[in-house]
Design a binder for this molecule. Structure first.
Ligand code: ADP
Ligand code: MG
Length: 436
């Protein structure tokens, strides 16, 4: 942690490392305790790679990382009787809500006005007008932010309300766990006593028949007792098929709002807001440059700002537009293209290694096939925004652990072998070109 802190800076480590605790080191796996999934995901996304390198350096052998999440649904629900004074520490473990995702930090623009207005009125009077509420739109446009904002505002305005935020992936996993451990009754009781269920990325339920059924029943139970349900999806309910028609039509009864990519004005406003939150003063021409170059989603806008900030804190002098251009040159060309699809990754990798896309999806284990397969899996992890489960599915129905294994293995090779890194970089640029 000390080594990593030196690299990522005080602020980042306060945010990401401080809440995390090392629990054990067994069988080459370091178990870290995180207050909730927000932290484990954040660390995975931002610092895992570096953390693994450092661990290897320090221990002299490969050490994996796993997270233990303090996640006990009973703790998510506030007790019905006098709420005990919560210490700040237990506040964290109380919920999966990210305290920074609020309405105050959400910038309004044409692209999200309706979605946000509905969200605010739901937080005020849940279970009335807009129920169920479906927010849909592309990646990185603020769906998750809005859902957390609803949850945070509801907790503030109705401290006794039982609000739960979860992703449909988590819902599926909990359901499977409950079935395996004879815990279905408890599982149902927990979900069905909620006042507000916020369930993110519903598209993940596709092709999970039993879980979908379970969700359908949870949905009905809550809906019948006039409890608020909020769902997000990366596509409109109509496009959610093959989700079961019954579920889709229930969703369509409610209120739907989509979030689109922000226009230039909104992008400028978002950058200003984020800079203000980060206490980072950015000259107007630099803001304008970033806002007009990074168009696809808000997450990349944010990423650009963070890179600029890191640079500025190193040099200590205000950024010039030329510096900004230089710093963001890779990000911006990459960002210009659409998000990458798994099919494209498969096609380009197959071409490079002269194998068939069919082979990548097959099960043959000869090195001439399994290397390109693992490379394609690795690149799918790095370049698409799909989960390892979805990637596994796109590779002929493989398990997500197979995908993670490939990612790890190839990742290691990339770090160790500069020629291989060169090859991977070439593949990346070919894939981006193919997507243009
Ligand atoms: P999604 O769930 O749609 O993929 P997120 O909610 O995770 O997107 O948003 C990605 C990032 O962009 C988050 O850090 C979020 O705070 C930020 N963001 C998105 N829209 C806005 C907005 N209108 N105002 C401020 N920040 C935003
Ligand atoms: Mg999201």
């Amino acid at each position: 942690m000390e080594r990593l802190r030196a690299e990522i800076g005080e602020e980042n480590s306060e945010l990401w490392l401080k809440p995390v605790e090392a629990m054990s080191l067994e069988d080459g796996v370091l178990l870290l305790k995180a207050p909730n999934k927000f932290f484990s995901d954040g660390i995975k996304e931002r610092h895992q790679k570096r953390l693994l390198c450092l661990l290897r350096e320090i221990s002299g052998s490969d050490v994996g990382i796993d997270f233990h999440i303090e996640r006990d649904l009973t703790r998510v629900l506030p007790p019905s009787d006098p709420v005990p004074e919560a210490s700040p520490q237990s506040d964290f473990t109380l919920s999966d809500l990210n305290p920074r995702y609020t309405f105050e930090t959400f910038v309004i623009g044409e692209s999200n006005r309706l979605a946000r207005a509905a969200a605010e009125s739901i937080a005020k009077s849940p279970g009335t007008q807009y129920n169920p509420y479906v927010i849909y739109g592309g990646v990185g446009l603020g769906k998750t932010h809005l859902m957390h904002a609803i949850g945070n505002a509801m907790r503030r305005q109705h401290p006794k309300a039982r609000v739960l935020y979860t992703t449909s992936e988590q819902f599926v996993n909990e359901y499977i766990g409950a079935v395996q451990n004879n815990g279905l009754e408890t599982f149902r009781a927990r979900y069905r006593c909620l006042d507000c269920l916020l369930i993110d990325d519903i598209q993940f339920l596709i092709a999970k028949e039993r879980s979908e059924q379970e969700f359908f029943h949870t949905f009905n139970a809550l809906f019948d007792s006039r409890k608020q349900i909020v769902v997000s999806s990366d596509r409109s309910p109509k496009e959610l098929s093959p989700l079961e028609q019954r579920l889709v039509s229930r969703l369509e009864w409610g209120f739907m709002a989509d979030i689109k990519a922000p226009d230039l004005e909104t992008r400028i406003a978002i950058l200003r807001k984020k800079a203000e939150i980060e206490q980072f003063s950015v000259p107007d021409d630099v803001i304008l440059y970033v806002a007009s170059s990074v168009k696809t989603n808000v997450r990349s806008l944010e990423g650009s700002l963070i890179r600029l900030k890191a640079f500025q804190s190193m040099t200590g002098s205000p950024l010039s537009i030329d510096e900004a251009r230089e710093i963001l040159k890779d990000t911006i060309t990459a960002d210009d293209s659409n998000p990458v699809r798994i099919e494209t990754v498969q096609r380009i990798v197959a071409l490079k290694y002269s194998v068939d896309v069919k082979d990548l999806k097959g099960h043959q284990r000869t090195a001439s096939i399994s290397l390109p397969r693992q490379v394609a899996m690795y690149l799918s992890c790095e370049m698409t925004e799909q989960s390892s489960t979805d990637i596994g599915r796109a590779f002929g129905g493989k398990d997500h652990s197979t995908v993670l294994h490939a990612r790890k293995k190839i990742g290691k090779k990339v770090e160790e072998d500069p020629f291989f890194l060169e090859l991977i970089n070439k593949l990346k640029s070919d894939i981006r070109t193919a997507e243009r």
